[in-house]
Design a protein around this ligand. Structure first.
Ligand code: NAG
Ligand code: ZN
Length: 252
């Protein structure tokens, strides 16, 4: 107990945490076919002496992580992965010049590809988090070409993250959408998860990690709940900066 609080204390003194997590309530638009989110008072301080809520949601609600078993039948489930899989050095790419439903090709990654080492998390800042409350525009996000995922895996990237609902194209929704418009092929999901990697979706605030100097390293933490047999979990995604090659912020 004492040791744990000491570690947290030292950590907090050493770095500022940046919250990369979207707030979730019943109004936010979920993927077509996904179960809706609800959080209802089940016990209350007034009536029962304590407050408890009943939660009901998809395992992919809000800012969340996809385990390999989300697309791969015998892939690892979220509870099988060690905590170290979720705390990684990150490279944050600014692709906020991309327009609605524009493809992000390898050209956008190539200039910084030499900074992707085995175990790096690659995060795509599209700026789409600003459309979080917009039930149609949020679906019209830029998406990754399948070969970007293949090349990232080849370089050893273990996790990709995006401030959109998916690294793949999402279906068109809303009144003007035709049946099957932009039906996703999930090529990026299959490649990353098929390689045993992880995907984080619905991130926000990635712009606050841009423009760090070469001496600064971004560390991202996306620890999930340890739900047995589950294909994903909501996360509280955070990041902090530390000096490259500098000492660990944790007490050992
Ligand atoms: C976030 O992304 C996922 C895609 O996995 C989607 O199912 C979910 O509904 C999204 N949005 C919200 C508000 O949870
Ligand atoms: Zn997901």
């Amino acid at each position: 107990m004492r040791k744990a609080s000491l570690m947290a204390e030292t950590f907090l003194m050493g770095a500022t945490l940046i919250d990369l997590t979207q707030p979730v309530d019943w109004k936010v638009p979920v993927y077509p076919g996904d179960p809706p989110f609800s959080s209802q008072q089940f016990c209350s301080v007034d009536k029962d002496g304590y407050s408890v809520h009943a939660l009901s949601c998809s395992s992919h609600v809000g800012t969340h992580i996809d385990a390999p078993s989300h697309f791969i039948a015998d892939g690892a489930t979220i509870d099988q992965l060690l905590p170290s899989a979720f705390i990684l050095p990150a490279l944050v790419l600014d692709v906020s010049h991309k327009k609605d439903r524009e493809c992000i090709s390898w050209d956008s990654v190539e200039p910084v590809a030499d900074r992707i080492c085995p175990g790096t998390a690659v995060l795509f800042h599209t700026g789409w988090s600003r459309h979080w409350d917009d039930a149609t525009r949020y679906f019209d996000h830029p998406w990754l070409a399948a070969d970007v995922a293949e090349r990232l895996v080849a370089l050893g990237a273990r996790l990709i993250g995006t401030d959109t609902m998916s690294p793949d194209q999402s279906p068109m929704v809303g009144p003007s959408a035709g049946d099957g418009d932009c039906a996703p092929d999930f090529g990026v999901h299959r490649t990353i998860l098929g390689a045993g990697g992880l995907i984080v979706e619905n991130l926000t605030n990635l712009d606050s990690l841009l423009g760090t100097g070469p001496d600064t390293e971004v560390i991202v933490s996306v620890l999930p709940l340890r739900i047995a047999g589950c294909d994903g979990s909501p996360v509280r995604a955070v990041a902090w900066l530390q000096s490259r090659g500098g000492g660990s912020l944790f007490v050992t």
